[in-house]
Design a protein around this ligand. Sequence first.
Ligand code: FAD
Length: 402
Amino acid sequence: MSEQHWDVVIVGAGPVGSFAAWKLSEKGHKVLLLEEHSEIGRPFQCAGLVTPKVMEMVGLHDSVLSDVFGARIHSPSGVIVPVGTADEIKTHVVCRKLFDQGITRLSLSAGAQLWLLSQPVSCDNEGDIVSLTINRNGVFQKITTSLLIGADGAHSWVRRTLKLGNPKEWMFGFQVEVTGYEGTNGWLEMFTGQSVAPGLFAWAIPNGMTHRIGVWSKTKDLDGRSCEQLIEYLMNESRWKDRFTNCRETARHCGPIPAGMIKRPWANRTILIGDAAGLAKPTTGGGIGPGICQVHTILEGLSKAISDNKLSTRDLRRIQKPMEKVRKDQERSRALRDFFVSKRSDAELDKNFTLFSRPEVLELINGQGDIEKPVALGMALIREVPEFRMLALKAGFALLRG
Ligand SMILES: Cc1cc2nc3c(=O)[nH]c(=O)nc-3n(C[C@H](O)[C@H](O)[C@H](O)COP(=O)(O)OP(=O)(O)OC[C@H]3O[C@@H](n4cnc5c(N)ncnc54)[C@H](O)[C@@H]3O)c2cc1C
């Protein structure tokens, strides 16, 4: 083999691609990481929420800007449901630049190579090897690899070039970073209703010295508005406008959120991971945790397959098989999200929030409310709260039994 052959080439040095580069390099594979930008972690589109479980897996506590103990969730008419307790960190808020750079640094320490300002322009994955042409800072270079990994985000070049399908659902997120927000330290706030966040929710996330105010929604629910207009409405006209009076904007971010794993995130000598595979959660839009957990789940099988050079479509389908359960879980959480929030009118949301705020229901939510397991919580609510059970029966909730 020439020097330009790699065991693994990973396109995209976001958190998921870099995590894969780190773990595969640790296993002794020769890994090349390609990143189209000139630095890691910029630009980013993210609120920076990373669960303690995922933080344990990467150990980058230095990137944490603030800890969040719970959320105060507001119904359209102002019913508040507080979820969480002051003694348990529910999620961390990280600086994405430090977080992404931290994971990439770990991959480099483990032996991976990184090419910045580099992107593939052609790819042939049909034979016993993958041939790639890379535009490396204006110079075209041919390389080969045994395994190509697409970790190149929502609009994945690898996914589109190899025609591997499309994520089931797309949301769009828009966020401004502000000083001067009147909030409670350690608690995030979520706002619902047609006027501020049709179908989903808007958020205010404490971020150390500043707050991240954002919203996500689906194009079809926006009714001609943009997410930017929703944020303007939230901050200047909504029932919650007073807490934004002293806000000064310091940054803004927006981007797509692919939430619906594609059916076949594999092909001959190729797999997709993270946002490229459509792994973001339909309930929160979070994609860092699902992508990192995907790599963790398939790592052993993938590493062995690389060592044995068994990387056919069939081999990789078998290795990605555990992800089928994740896809089904995504489907169930989407159905539950639609049932409780996305398909509800403002009046119905108010009714649901009134039920959520009853002490025994709050106890159930706080007892079961693991943000990693929304399906378990949603099902418990349907089982234990008679009003939700009736609604679920009426809606013919067969999907959730599967
Ligand atoms: C407003 C908003 C808020 C969000 N908040 C959260 C949150 O709080 N928590 C959370 O977990 N998730 C959140 N997300 C989602 C999260 O940002 C993504 O799920 C996460 O970044 C996915 O990681 P990734 O490594 O798969 O892809 P990305 O982070 O998108 O990384 C892909 C990398 O590939 C590079 N790349 C792309 N194409 C090429 C190419 N052709 N060649 C070379 N390099 C390429 C990109 O430059 C990038 O570095 C949010 C998203 C939005 C839009």
